[in-house]
Write a protein that binds this ligand. Structure first.
Ligand code: FAD
Length: 428
């Protein structure tokens, strides 16, 4: 069995390691930090005694690589599934508008769900359905545009529809604005979510914290397969000879006994590895990133009924109800993430009052998490410059949410990238 070293234990590295371990390869997983999970992690909040996430992570039914990964490690039961798509949107007046697929058969249920969506006028709902038909028939012409807003305008989607629907979906799925995101990737995601079966559009949320969901069972799975998991060990240099990686140098060890190496690092960490220019053109990795701001807000009394709410035209895009606390998410947060926490809390508290009627006096305390480089903006520059899993070095492969997966920088993209590498190595 070949010896494989996987560097980086984010979801891409964990996915590669798990899928290779399934075939009983000898795996060594090396992670720079003391924890697994990379940008998907939880931390202990000693005041509440709870593990809080670095940000609410939302999944949808079409995340098939993620579901397959969780099934493999035995963690599928840690997810909460919807039977049919249901999102409660709230407008600036605090009025609720359900976007809910009905009990009709698919896809008629989604059709009637849109027809019932009261956040926009009946004419706008018909407009959305005409656009959806064009999208389905691939007549939407996304290839002609460099930004989602121009593409939506071309397809007769007005400001009101954008605010009440497309902006919230794009910001949630791509973590960027309609002005910056690529219509190509947005169109492909919309097709995947809405046109590949009823389950694809349903929203999936973790029942546990993120580290418990993605890392605990993955680590146990790897250990049971006799893999090594080395935390707090950082790759610093790779030595190449005749287009082969022959040594991996970390801050603790030198490894030369390996057949394959997988680099599952974020793109911005690549330039810290000595000699990496043998593998990658570092200039092409100048991707733009965007931040995510998260508030965990503890309430004296929580009367909210739904699991989550989408806020229309608010700097807070989603509110998740964990009973003991609420999690408020601002994606594409670069404009506000640099503000002081107190100022941000004033904004969050005002939005909670306006949209959900929660008084400031009802808030006990808050925890704020600022992830400044949460994801890569899926603009045309990024889509043109994504490297494939195979490199010019025969025994060295890449994985990560930034590599060529046809998906945006997401959980699903990261896990798919690990699966792609594992399939290449398994086929050798
Ligand atoms: C706040 C937030 C919210 C998000 N919400 C969603 C969401 O709702 N839905 C969704 O699908 N996605 C979401 N994402 C995106 C998702 O979390 C990422 O796309 C995914 O986790 C990236 O995984 P990765 O393995 O590619 O990279 P990373 O998670 O960055 O993993 C790379 C790993 O490599 C390690 N490393 C770096 N350098 C070295 C070195 N020299 N040696 C050894 N190890 C090294 C790092 O420590 C890290 O553990 C969110 C991200 C954030 C931050």
């Amino acid at each position: 069995m070949p010896n494989i070293i996987v560097i980086g234990a984010g979801l891409a590295g964990l996915s590669a390691a798990v899928h290779l371990a399934k075939k009983n390869h000898n795996i060594k997983l090396i992670e720079a930090t003391p924890k697994l999970g990379g940008r998907t992690y939880s931390f202990y909040d000693d005041k509440s005694g709870l593990n809080l996430d670095n940000g609410q992570h939302i999944m949808v039914g079409c995340y098939k690589f993620t579901l397959d990964f969780l099934r493999t490690i035995g963690a599928l039961h840690k997810l909460e599934f919807q039977e049919n798509l249901k999102v409660v949107f709230i407008d600036t007046f605090g009025k609720k508008h359900n976007l809910e697929s009905t009990n009709f058969i698919y896809p008629l249920n989604l059709f009637f769900g849109i027809l019932d969506y009261s956040a926009v006028s009946i004419f706008d709902r018909i407009n959305i359905l005409i656009f959806a038909a064009k999208l389905f028939l691939r007549l939407d012409k996304n290839e002609l545009f460099d930004s989602i807003d121009k593409w939506l305008l071309f397809n007769n989607q007005n400001e009101k529809i954008n605010k009440a629907l497309w902006e919230i979906i794009a910001i949630g799925a791509l973590n960027t604005s309609l002005q910056k995101g690529s219509p190509k990737i947005f169109a492909s995601i919309l097709r995947e979510i809405f046109f590949t079966g009823n389950f694809s559009s349903t929203i999936i949320v973790p029942k546990t914290d993120l580290s418990e969901l993605f890392c605990s069972d993955a680590e146990n799975f790897l250990l049971k397969k006799n893999c090594e998991v080395n935390k707090s060990e950082r790759l610093t240099e790779i030595i190449f000879e005749n287009k082969i990686a022959v040594k991996l140098i970390t801050d603790k060890n030198v490894y030369s006994e390996f057949d394959y190496c997988i680099l599952a690092l974020p793109s911005y960490a690549m330039n810290k590895i000595k000699n990496i220019e043998n593998v990658l053109d570092l200039n092409s990795l100048n991707y733009s990133t965007s931040g995510i701001l998260t508030f965990h807000i503890f309430l004296k009394e929580n009367k909210l009924q739904e699991k989550f709410y989408g806020l229309i035209d608010s700097p807070i895009h989603w509110v998740f109800n964990h009973k003991e606390y609420l999690t408020l998410v601002t994606s594409d947060a670069d404009e506000i993430i640099t503000k002081e926490n107190e100022e941000l809390f004033d904004i969050a508290a005002a939005e909670l009052k306006q949209y959900l009627g929660i008084e400031r006096a009802n808030i006990i305390r808050y925890q704020v998490v600022k992830e400044k480089r949460a994801t890569i903006i899926p603009d045309n520059n990024f889509l043109r410059n994504r490297p494939t899993a195979k490199t010019s070095i025969e025994n060295l492969f890449l994985a990560g949410d930034w590599t060529a997966t046809d998906l945006p920088s997401t959980i699903e993209g990261a896990i798919k990238s690990g699966k792609i590498v594992s399939e290449i190595i398994n086929s050798k």
